[in-house]
Ligand binder design. Structure first.
Ligand code: F6R
Length: 633
């Protein structure tokens, strides 16, 4: 939540900061601001609302300053008003700070500062930081350290040692006009290395068009960026030796490339995501009669699998839905009891585990506070226990360089490429692919499915990219057309069963978050136990009916909804028979095995939500109240 950027170098900072904030707007977009140093003063401009408000405000007042910081906000403490927008400054307006995260002890700090006469201008937790820094600068000077090269840095370090919570901070001061100081404590912060210029940002898309040489800071680290270079320290002031690494990212990945919205582009990228996952996880030469090679290679420690008896998965939102598909696969293909927990619940009521329990954290961003906290808590619980128990922590993430990557010993890297649209689409598909690979790998090693059966499933997976392409081609116009009818609808129900129940949940979530239409996903058989009371002619029902184990059951449940006058939309490859009669509208998908069908059935869910939201004229990529990575509890 919230995005921060910083620049020090030889170019005009403001445009670099604004362009960086544009790439971070997915992290928050209710207000924004920039501070730069010019002619001995901090020049701070802030605006409520989207970034274009800040851009137009800056048109008349841009300076050629070569150092600055910027922020795009997702409000936690204090309403999204200009006076709460970052940067925040000290009383003398010499120090400017941007922060992403939460300062948990800000009330105590604010009370202490107020008692000393400091007047606060905002309701934010962040404002305590510039006031504290200003006090420590004075203290350093009073101690006779005023001439030290590190006076500004040390004052910030001392202030940071008074802060509790999870935060990333960037600071500049008019009195130290060549220094940008950044801090990381449980909120992401990456430093970019250019030629005589240096960048910092909450996420790499903000700096990728300038440099691919990056260094993500670890928790408890700070850096001093000047035009001469970057120095890294820990919070005690000990200098650390760290080298940047080259990012394998292409700047065009963070552009819309002709699509109207990032979300639509990312929906269309899904065949490529499946192909990339197949290439990375599956051995192209393996056949059922192969006794030497292995079908799947996830590059994770084989100790993870050993005498596994139970799997617990923690995740939030869309990642939680992908985990439910994972549970189905792990239980039905491998026979391992698997539970999926909301990370936000788990962290306060952890399930009992044994040394034979594998804990998996699923988070595309690798930065979701609840998921990280749940995993950190479990890691702590396992400290000092058997080595194999400690090793049994696995992360599934699209950002292996994230906090999650630092937290757990094993990672499955999902291969979606950066996702910018706030509503997760291609990262969900990438997570599904990771779960297919994990479940099939385990099933192969534990011999719970025959090699010939495994070969068949893998062959089916190899067809999926083409199937998604055909599904996209046939559905784009159809869902756009259907969306016309639902632009004013107020409630939607999504039904699925078995492996497609999580897809019904995902369909409802997509619709809620981008179109603001109330939607519920249910296991189709559960409708008659209460929710059916909601149905009437005004409540359309989307039912996923893939031939297989539960097809007939879903059709009967759909009949029950039809008898209550609901308009029924079927996501199914079956055009005739009972399906042809019961559904008012059909969204055809290719016929694939039920086991693989979530990779296809999710596509119409995404397209329908997208077109309804676009039809309503809403900001699809930046829906209200949401942020892409939820780094607060
Ligand atoms: C939904 C969505 C959110 C995220 C959730 C978890 O479209 O994007 O529900 O899935 O905030 O995020 P990650 O996967 O980054 O932990």
């Amino acid at each position: 939540m919230c995005g921060i950027v910083g620049y020090v170098g030889t170019q005009a900072a403001t445009e670099i900061l604004l362009a960086g904030l544009e790439k971070l707007e997915y992290r928050g977009y209710d207000s924004a601001g920039i501070a730069a140093i010019w002619e001995g003063e901090v020049d701070c401009v802030r605006a409520k609302g989207k970034l274009y408000n800040l851009r137009s405000k800056l048109e008349s007042v841009q300076t050629p300053s070569q150092i600055g910081i910027g922020h795009t906000r997702w409000a936690t403490h204090g309403k999204p008003e200009e006076h709460n927008a970052h940067p925040h400054m000290d009383t003398a307006m010499r120090v400017a700070v941007v922060q992403n995260g939460i300062i948990e002890n800000y009330r105590d700090l604010r009370d202490e500062l107020k008692a000393q006469g400091v007047v606060f201008r905002s309701e934010t937790d962040t404002e305590v930081i510039p006031h504290l820094i200003a006090q420590f600068i004075k203290e350093e000077i009073a101690l006779g350290n005023g001439d030290s090269e590190l006076v500004f840095f040390d004052a910030i370090r001392k202030a940071v040692n008074h802060l509790e919570g999870a935060f990333a901070i960037a600071v500049i001061s008019a009195d130290y006009p060549d220094e940008l100081v950044v801090v990381r404590q449980q909120a992401p912060l990456v430093i970019g290395f250019g030629q005589g210029e240096f960048f910092c940002a909450s996420d790499t898309p903000a700096i990728i068009s300038h440099t691919r040489a990056v260094l993500p800071l670890d928790n408890g680290e700070m850096a001093r960026l000047t035009p001469l270079g970057v120095e890294i320290y820990d919070f005690t002031g000990r200098r650390l030796k760290k080298q940047p690494r080259m990012l394998n990212l292409n700047p065009t990945m963070v552009e819309k490339q002709g699509f109207k919205h990032f979300m639509l582009k990312e929906i269309y990228e899904q065949p490529g995501v499946v192909r990339a996952s197949l290439d990375a996880y599956f051995n192209p030469d393996w056949k059922a009669d192969d006794t030497q090679g292995t079908p799947i290679n996830l590059g994770i420690n084989p100790e993870l699998y050993g005498d596994l008896e139970q799997i617990q998965i923690v995740a939030c939102g869309t990642s939680w839905h992908a985990s439910l598909v994972g549970k189905y696969l792990l239980e039905q293909l491998v026979g391992i009891p698997t539970q999926v927990q909301y990370a936000s619940e788990f962290r306060y009521a952890p399930a009992p585990m044994t040394s034979n329990t594998l804990l998996i954290g699923v988070t595309q961003s690798g930065e979701t506070a609840d998921t990280l906290a749940a995993l950190a808590m479990e890691k702590e619980r396992r400290q000092g226990k058997e080595a194999k128990y400690q090793a049994r922590l696995l992360g599934i993430t699209n950002r292996p360089e994230s906090s999650l990557g630092h937290l757990v010993p094993n990672i499955i890297n999902t291969l979606a490429g950066i996702e910018i649209g706030v509503a997760a689409t291609k990262t969900f598909t990438a997570q599904l692919m990771a779960f297919y690979a994990l479940a099939l790998d385990l099933a192969y090693l534990k011999k719970t499915i025959a090699p010939i059966e495994l070969e068949k499933i893998i062959a089916g997976l190899r067809q999926i990219p083409k199937d998604i392409e055909e599904t996209l081609e046939s559905q784009e116009k159809l869902t756009e057309h259907l969306a016309h009818d639902f632009a004013d609808t107020q409630d939607f129900i999504f039904l699925g069963r078995g492996i497609n129940f999580p897809i019904a949940l995902e369909g409802a979530l997509k619709l809620k978050e981008i179109s603001y239409i109330h939607a519920e996903g249910y296991p189709a058989g559960e409708m008659k136990h209460g929710p059916i009371a909601l149905l009437d002619a005004k409540v359309p029902v989307v039912a996923i009916a893939m031939p297989g184990n539960v097809y007939e059951k879903v059709i009967s449940n759909a009949q029950e909804a039809k008898a209550r006058d609901s308009r029924l939309i079927g996501v199914t490859p079956v055009k005739d028979g009972e399906a042809g009669e019961v559904f008012n509208d059909l969204i055809p998908v290719m016929e694939v095995s039920e086991l693989l069908s979530p990779l296809l059935t999710v596509v119409p869910m995404q397209l329908l939500a997208y077109h309804i939201a676009a039809r309503r004229g809403l900001d699809v990529d930046q829906p209200r109240n949401l942020a892409k990575s939820v780094t607060v509890e």
